[in-house]
Design a protein around this ligand. Structure first.
Ligand code: PAF
Length: 299
């Protein structure tokens, strides 16, 4: 399959490296260079050697000929990334958008009114120790599903992704796994960013009241959005992720640490905005949102 990946952060590179084993992968980057090279360290468990990978990049014709486009930029970069590829993208090419957080769906539908539009969320983990390298640091579930009706016939893309980095499954209502991932990110990301700690440290007793209240508020918003859930089930999901990623620094922690903009507006900010629309109070999430916005400005 001919696939273009837009955005070469940690997750974009991970999927590029994995998909390149079976598919023709082309990258779309911000630097406009005709080639992109990086070293890839597979998951330690596979005992595979470090590989140096080279990809053709930023070729309008290759983008136009792509059978699938995977957009892996951060939520706040989606609009610009889609505007950048619009003139070369065929209107029949399915476009998959994969990022932490929610809220880019409206602009994506507006900018790509005819393309089959899909969303994905992944718990695969990657770390970029240097600008020219990427390590696959953890395996996790990927969900893929259609946002628009004309994307419903692309279920086979979940098989392609599953054969590449398993497990990946198709979901008939992709907003449901997106909401669950959002709940996890609302709990882990702002707290680990504010406290400058690893995910595992959130298991300490002093953070439990915060985690419980975050889950309580997110569950209320999810129910109002039509996704029935209980705070307790979100909290146990969050606890599982804290344990499974105990040694990781969350993406928001790393963004703040490296003075990069965070995804807070598309994570906690999205919950707060939807809560306001439903007349629901979210004091804990609102406070965390304001604190991270403040820390972003000071960084
Ligand atoms: O954003 C992240 O870092 C990840 O989505 C998660 C699940 C919080 C693990 O670090």
């Amino acid at each position: 399959m001919r696939i273009t990946i837009v955005g070469v952060g940690a997750i974009g590179r991970l999927w590029a490296a994995a998909l390149a084993k079976e598919h023709q992968v082309h990258l779309w980057t911000r630097d406009d260079k005709p080639q992109t090279q990086f070293s890839f360290t597979p998951l330690a468990a596979t005992h595979s050697p470090v590989q140096t990978l080279t990809f053709a990049s930023n070729q309008a014709q290759q983008l136009a000929n792509s059978e699938c486009v995977l957009v892996t930029v951060k939520a706040f970069q989606v609009e610009q990334a889609l505007r950048d590829i619009l003139s070369s993208l065929s209107t029949t090419t399915p476009v998959i958008i994969m990022h932490n957080g929610m809220g880019s769906q409206t602009i994506a539908k507006h900018l790509l009114p005819n393309n089959p539009l899909l969303y994905a969320t992944t718990a695969q983990a990657a770390f970029q120790p240097t600008p020219d390298s990427i390590s696959h640091t953890g395996q996790g579930q990927t969900w893929l599903g259609a946002l628009t009706d004309n994307a419903k016939r692309y279920q086979s893309l979940a098989d392609v992704f599953n054969a590449t980095l398993s497990p990946c499954q198709w979901h008939d209502d992709i907003l449901q796994p997106l909401w669950h991932k959002l709940a996890i990110n609302c709990a882990i990301n702002p707290l680990t960013a504010r406290e400058q700690c690893k995910n595992g440290e959130l298991a300490q007793a002093k953070y439990q009241p915060y985690l419980n209240q975050i889950c309580d508020e997110v569950a209320a918003v999810m129910r109002a959005e039509g996704y029935p859930t209980q705070a307790e089930s979100l909290k146990s999901l969050v606890d599982q992720v804290i344990e499974a990623t105990a040694n990781n620094f969350s993406s928001m922690n790393q963004d703040l640490c490296h003075h990069r903009p965070t995804e807070i507006d598309y994570i906690t900010g999205h919950v707060v905005a939807r809560a306001q629309a439903h007349g629901i109070e979210t004091p804990c999430n609102t406070q965390l949102w304001q604190q991270i916005k403040q820390l972003e400005q000071e960084a």
